[in-house]
Every structure is written in C-alpha cells, then in structure tokens.
Design a protein around this ligand. Structure first.
Ligand code: NIG
Ligand code: FE
Length: 404
C-alpha cells in the first residue's frame, strides 16, 4: 500500500502528555498508510526507508495538526426547537418547572415524533456539518426523543445514516430512559419495562453502541436506572449516565459499579461518587454548554476529579433544551473560563479522553497504528484553540487518511 507523508507542520499529538505539554512536536512528520497512521514524530527522525516508500507528500503549510476532535455526548437528532422555553426561563421559570408542566424533553418528543425521517436527517445533518467545520471527526449521537420502539429506531437509523456520509464517524447510544413518554404518564416502572424490551430489537438492527439513562428527579430513579443497566450489561453493551446534573442522586457510583464508560454533567457529584468513578476508570464528561445555558451556579468538582485522577472529557451535549450548541471549540473555551480546566486538559477532553469516554482505543491521539483522523489548524499554538471565541481556525480535516 502506498504511503503519504505530511510535513511542514507542528503536531499536538496528545500522546504521552507528561513528557511534553500537548505531546507537542514542533517540526513534525506524519506518515499515513491507508486509513491509519504509520509513523508520527520529529521530521528529522523519519527513517529513510519509510521516506522512500512515501509516494505522496502533503505540505502542511505551517499548520498545527491535532487528532480529529471527538464530540462524545450529543443528542443531535431532534424535531422542532425550544426557543419559547428559553423565553420562559428568562422570565423566571426553571428547567425543572417547565419539565413538570409537560414541556422540556416531552415537548421535543412531540416534535420529533411529528417530523419525517428526512426532516430529522436534514436538521441533524446541518448541525453535524457545523460540528465538522470545527474539526470534529467522531461524534456520539444519542436517541431519547422518540421514546417508543418505532420512534427510537427511527432516530437511531437517522444517526447511522449521518455516519454513512463522508468524513465523520458516528457512534450511537440508546437513551430510551430519557423521560417518561405520554403513553406511560404516572407509570415510570412500566416504561422501564418497555425500555428493556426495546433493547434487543434495536441491538439486533445494529443501532446501539452503548446505553445511557437520565438519573434525576425529573428523570429516573436509581432503581429504574439500574434495571436499564442490568439489561444493557446482559446484552454485552457498555453503559453511561446523565448523572448528578440537577441534584445528587448518587448515580455516578451506581454507573461506576456497572463499569460505565462515562458519567456526564456531574455538577452535584459527591466525593464518594468521584471515588467510585476513579476506581472504575469511568470518564467524567463535562458539559459547560448546559451549565451555561441553564445558568447553573454549582460547578462540577474539578479539583476533586483531578486529585483522584478521574479522566475528564469535554463535549457539546448538543440538544434543544439545555445546550443548543454546535461548536466544540466554544465548549473548550467555556471548559477553561467556567470550569477552570487548563487548555491542555480541555483539548485532551475533546480528543484522548473523549475517545476513552466512547470506549474507542483507535483514536484521540496521533500515534502509529491509530486511525488517520486529524485536523490542520490555522493557529501557532494549541492554546489558541481554547482561547478564541467564535474563530473558525479549522483549515482542513483528514479522515481515514483522506484530505476532506
Ligand atoms: O443532557 N438532562 C438530560 N438530557 C439533556 C437535555 C435534554 C433536553 O432538555 O431536551 C441534557 O442536558
Ligand atoms: Fe445530554
């Protein structure tokens, strides 16, 4: 197979970060073989025999190269929007008030069920395009606005169809336990039976890479969440959890007990919950867009997570109710300004640690053997990716070895 060489660039490999911040190589070379990286290192160290095998040479034009960004928590497929609830919240109603009055997730469920497959696809494709223009090459997409077998399947098929397009890898997560649908009002346990019953059919159709739930006062109890987890684990699927977003439900410890890939949000995470995550190697997915948009004041316990060595990822949480955001770079900025992550932690959160939150060992760093998914940025230093607000520094992406 022919090799392609990329030179005249610096590379933030996000590999072995302790040795060099960002794993930065100032005069870098990357060798691509098919859809994989064959070699990454300082240009001067490139072995002659490898250089001789390179049939194509790409000039990086002085760009900074990073791994393709990974948005590891989105609800990208939905109908309608919630701008009027945004207005209500500005007039004083809380997110929980609106949910209890039949709005919130339930209102998006109504709009999603009413939308055609093509309408869902087109609106999600526009959001996905915006993410890609910000350097995203892998995106996780949750269901959770269908809440019946037919509608959850429809949304997950749309997600798979988005991934069948060019230039982006899609991972799907079944979030049937997002809210109680109208047919099950007042019968959450019966709805959990239904969620458990949906799983085999969705899995058999190849629509599920992981299973998520919303453990919250306005979502599901610990016991209900655990029933979903037990079913997922019995089916051989990894789990993750919307945990401790609005209150401390002790959901993180529950999820960690089921070897969760990640717990997400975590504003109300307790020390015991963080310890359980550390023991299980569960990633903390931080969602500064939702924190900002709901005007939360309680910060996730970043120092505690750092002290315990819990890996931290950063994601958009792109959804119509709490984070209508399609810029992962903006989330990196907010992770630094609002949550006080360092720019290096934030960038790792959208690359190396985001890959870990999805259970993917083949991406998130620039290293030989991993997928050749990377971004060429018009910046001189990686901190600029977190520093600027609204800049569009993504010059080009390479996906599976191909320049897009
Ligand atoms: O990640 N909290 C639960 N799920 C979403 C919001 C869903 C919605 O409001 O539509 C979240 O914040
Ligand atoms: Fe979410």
């Amino acid at each position: 197979m022919s090799l392609a060489l990329w030179t005249n660039c610096q590379a933030a490999t996000m590999d072995a970060p302790a040795a060099r911040p960002y794993g930065l190589i100032e005069e870098a070379a990357l060798v691509v073989e098919g859809d994989r990286l064959a070699w990454v290192g300082p240009r001067d160290d490139l072995p002659d025999d490898l250089l001789e095998r390179c049939e194509i040479t790409h000039d990086g034009g002085g760009a900074l190269v990073t791994p393709g960004l990974i948005d590891c928590h989105t609800h990208l497929v939905w109908g309608g929007n919630r701008a009027q609830e945004f207005e209500q919240r500005l007039l004083g109603a809380s997110y929980e008030d609106i949910a209890r009055a039949g709005g919130g997730i339930a209102s998006t469920v109504r709009a999603t069920r009413a939308a055609s497959d093509d309408e869902l696809f087109e609106s999600a494709a526009r959001r996905l395009q915006a993410l890609r223009e910000d350097g995203v090459t892998t995106v996780e997409i949750k269901s959770g606005y269908g809440l019946s077998l037919a509608h959850e399947a429809r949304c997950l098929r749309v997600a798979r169809r988005l991934g069948a397009g060019e230039g982006v890898s899609v991972r799907t997560t079944f979030l049937g336990a997002h809210a109680v649908p109208p047919e099950f009002t007042g019968r959450p346990d019966a709805y959990i039976d239904e969620v458990v019953a949906m799983l085999p059919a969705l899995q058999a159709e190849g629509l599920v890479d992981a299973v998520d739930a919303f453990c919250e006062r306005i979502g599901f109890s610990r016991e209900q969440t655990e029933r979903v987890f037990v079913a997922a684990r019995a089916a051989g699927l990894p789990v993750k959890l919307h945990a401790e977003q609005l209150s401390d439900m002790d959901g993180a410890a529950l999820a960690a007990g089921h070897q969760a890939l990640s717990c997400d949000h975590l504003e109300w995470l307790s020390e015991a919950g963080a310890q359980a995550m550390a023991r299980a190697g569960t990633v903390a997915v931080l969602l500064p867009g939702a924190y900002y948009f709901l005007r939360e004041t309680k910060l996730p316990p970043i120092d505690l997570l750092r002290r315990l060595g819990v890996p931290m990822a950063v994601s958009t949480d792109c959804n119509p109710g709490t984070s209508p955001c399609t810029s992962l770079l903006l989330m990196l900025n907010m992770a630094c300004t609002l949550f006080r992550l360092t720019p290096e932690e934030a960038l790792a959160g959208a690359t190396r640690e985001a890959a870990r939150a999805l259970g993917l060992a083949d991406r998130g760093r620039l290293a030989a053997g991993l997928r050749a998914d990377f971004v060429l940025w018009d910046v001189a230093h990686p901190a600029e990716l977190c520093y600027a607000i609204g800049a569009r520094p993504c010059r080009a992406t390479v996906f599976e070895g191909v320049l897009r």
